[in-house]
Design a protein. Structure first.
Length: 305
């Protein structure tokens, strides 16, 4: 399931609280016992339970059953394995009460940093949530066959497969600058992590194994012209400007359909996700502010003013 910052904090709390309770050193009783804390008020639940059922309130702010379930789904299964539902309920509710009470302090006067991080968290969760729903349905046989045929066709003769990495940027000038750095000995993977706008940047630009017909034509032609270990000059496609390194190539006989069913399912889901992203972006009214210096990213003090 999707992970969020509150879920991760909750996981840490659930894992550390019992340990702290077991390992805390014994201290002598105080000379005068402190006043007993007032126990929280309780209320009986009414009606059939739903995601909106209130399980507690903190200064009037509701904690709902839905929030509790979402928190549990965000926990690592191993951290709560074997824990009875009643014990987990108490631990989670106690943690959510603590979080709510403390969060209310920040909510009264949120800083610019608070607002920026919370907005990024909200956007990231909603992005992942939409794409998770898009990818969730089990691919049909027709979808699997279509991906298989697109990759291997009806031919049985061996095909050349390529293993390559790339760095994708928006302009030819950026691509030329990267090509110059690589020619001077810069590490390809490092530059891919730092500069590439493609999601392969997390893998140092690695695209894995593919056939030429799986890629857009300018990219495919550039890869076919490379020798193993060679880096291309900047190549333009509809996605931007690529600098490509050919890692390896091999000749492969197309696999049997059933042998690659799981990989095909992954490819179907990936294609659906990419299509959804492309569709949403194309339908959006996007306006980029021009003239801002990229070095502004280093101005952390702007969040503190």
């Amino acid at each position: 399931m999707l992970k969020s910052l509150p879920a991760l904090l909750a996981t840490a709390a659930l894992m550390t609280q019992p340990v702290l309770a077991q390992t805390a050193p014994e201290t002598p009783a105080p000379a005068e016992a402190p006043a007993q804390a007032t126990p929280p008020a309780t209320a009986e639940a009414a009606g059939a339970p739903s995601a909106d059922t209130v399980v507690a309130t903190v200064n009037g702010e509701a904690i709902t059953l839905g929030q509790m379930i979402a928190m549990k789904e965000g926990l690592h299964a191993g951290s709560v394995q074997g824990l009875p539902d009643a014990a987990l309920w108490d631990l989670m509710l106690d943690q959510m009460i603590r979080q709510t009470a403390v969060a209310q302090v920040a909510a009264q006067s949120p800083t610019k940093r608070d607002k920026a991080f919370l907005e990024n968290e909200r956007r990231g969760y909603q992005y992942a949530s939409v794409l998770e729903r898009v990818a969730a349905p089990e691919p049909t046989e027709e979808e699997l066959r279509a991906v298989y045929d697109a990759a291997f066709g009806q031919k049985t003769e061996p095909k050349t497969e390529y293993n390559a990495a790339h760095i994708l940027v928006a302009t030819e000038e950026e691509a030329k600058a990267i090509a110059d750095e690589l020619a001077k000995g810069a590490d390809f993977g490092t530059l891919a992590e730092e500069r590439s706008t493609d999601n392969s940047s997390a893998n140092k630009g690695d695209l894995g194994w593919f056939t030429a017909d799986m890629m857009v034509e300018p990219f495919a032609k550039a890869v076919e012209a490379l020798e193993k270990g060679q880096v291309s000059a900047p190549v333009q496609s509809q996605f931007g400007w690529h600098v490509i390194r050919l890692n390896d190539e091999r000749t492969q006989t197309p696999p049997e359909f059933e042998a690659v069913r799981e990989q095909l399912a992954t490819e179907v889901r990936r294609n659906k996700v990419e299509a959804e992203i492309q569709s949403r972006v194309e339908a959006a009214a996007v306006e980029k502010t021009q003239g801002l210096d990229a070095a502004l990213l280093n101005r952390s003090e702007l969040l503190d003013n």
